[in-house]
Design a protein around this ligand. Structure first.
Ligand code: ATP
Length: 311
């Protein structure tokens, strides 16, 4: 049970992510694909405020959130995170989770995963369950492949389902303009479309998942902090499938290039487009130009820390 000194509520902030490199291998029996990816956490955050409660409840708000798109029951990833923690630690009570969203829903930026990571950290502090970081990582991996990264933040290589994380060195700052979409894309559907595309085009048939790797040039570009070098090597296997579904995103990529972005790519399973810029000033110019074309654009930077308690 909570001690007399336990806080009445805990506020945790967790970042959205982009995949600066994402190679997708074969699909496994459990439905997951082998991945080789590099995550970077970006300065677009989810805030989760956990308040002591006998039951498990959740509310969701945010400037661009259509309430119909986020489940408010046990399907909500943050609620699942709180319940899994209570189960693992034998905590007998519940929690109210207030989620303030800034990461676009179904945007390919891991917003739900950030909520789950934030809920784990918040409930652990609220309930005084004192989980080790290894145990926290295990629970996170059970919730979804992107959840461990949202806990971790920074820059990391993900292999396996994307949940085997190795921190990567990326001491510099990278500036990005994110172009948001009104409609989300379903991650499982984009993976299915990629499988179908590859079947039709005979791709990957002789390419076993073991060959999946992050090219050294990607890690070198991150280490150097050189946006121009990174622009040469950003890559996303899911892009072809996302563009099939949303051909209008080709125009967004072209607009980014015309506005002076060094590179553009679909973020994760899309539809958010991430435009890599040479500097913060360049990113502000690219953002302005995108907005002049009627696009919804945000300037963010990477890499930022993972889920953290806010004082
Ligand atoms: P993924 O991490 O699978 O790539 P995504 O980043 O594209 O997903 P999310 O915003 O995480 O997209 O949400 C994907 C779906 O998960 C939503 O359509 C929604 O139905 C469901 N979902 C469950 N919990 C949440 C949550 N806390 N926030 C947003 N969506 C959630």
């Amino acid at each position: 049970m909570r001690s007399a000194a336990a806080p009445a509520s805990v506020h945790v902030r967790a970042p959205g992510k982009i995949n600066v490199f994402l190679a997708v291998g074969d699909v496994h029996d459990d439905g997951y694909h082998s991945l080789a990816t590099v995550f970077q956490a970006v300065s677009l955050y989810e805030d989760v405020i956990a308040t002591a409660s006998p039951d498990f409840t959740v509310s969701v708000s945010g400037p661009d959130v259509d309430p119909a798109t986020v489940p408010l029951d046990d399907r909500n990833l943050a609620v699942r995170a709180a319940k899994i923690l209570a189960m693992a630690t034998g905590y007998p009570g519940g929690v109210h989770l207030e989620i303030r969203k800034s990461v676009p829903v179904a945007g390919g930026m891991g917003g739900g995963s950030a909520d789950a990571a934030a809920a784990l950290v918040a409930c652990d502090a609220l309930w005084g369950t004192g989980l080790s970081s290894q145990r926290m990582h295990e629970l996170a991996a059970r919730l979804g492949a992107d959840v461990p990264f949202a806990l971790h933040g920074g820059t990391a290589v993900g292999t396996g389902r994307g949940d085997h994380l190795t921190p990567a060195l990326a001491p510099g700052r990278f500036d990005w303009v994110l172009v948001l979409s009104d409609q989300g894309l379903s991650t499982p559907q984009i993976y299915r479309q990629l499988d179908e595309y590859r079947l039709e085009h005979g791709a990957l048939a002789d390419d076993p998942p073991e060959s999946l790797d992050v090219p050294p040039a990607v890690l070198q570009a991150l280490r150097s902090g050189d946006a121009r070098a990174l622009a040469e090597v950003v890559f996303n296997d899911l892009q072809v499938a996302a563009l099939q579904d949303r051909p209008d995103l080709e125009r967004v990529l072209a607009a980014g290039a015309e506005a002076g972005a060094l590179a553009g790519l679909v973020s994760g399973s899309g539809p958010t487009i991430a435009l890599l810029c040479a500097s913060a000033d360049d990113a502000r110019r690219v953002q302005d130009e995108c907005e002049e074309r009627g696009l919804r654009a945000l300037h963010v930077h990477s890499a930022v820390p993972g889920a953290r308690i806010i004082a």
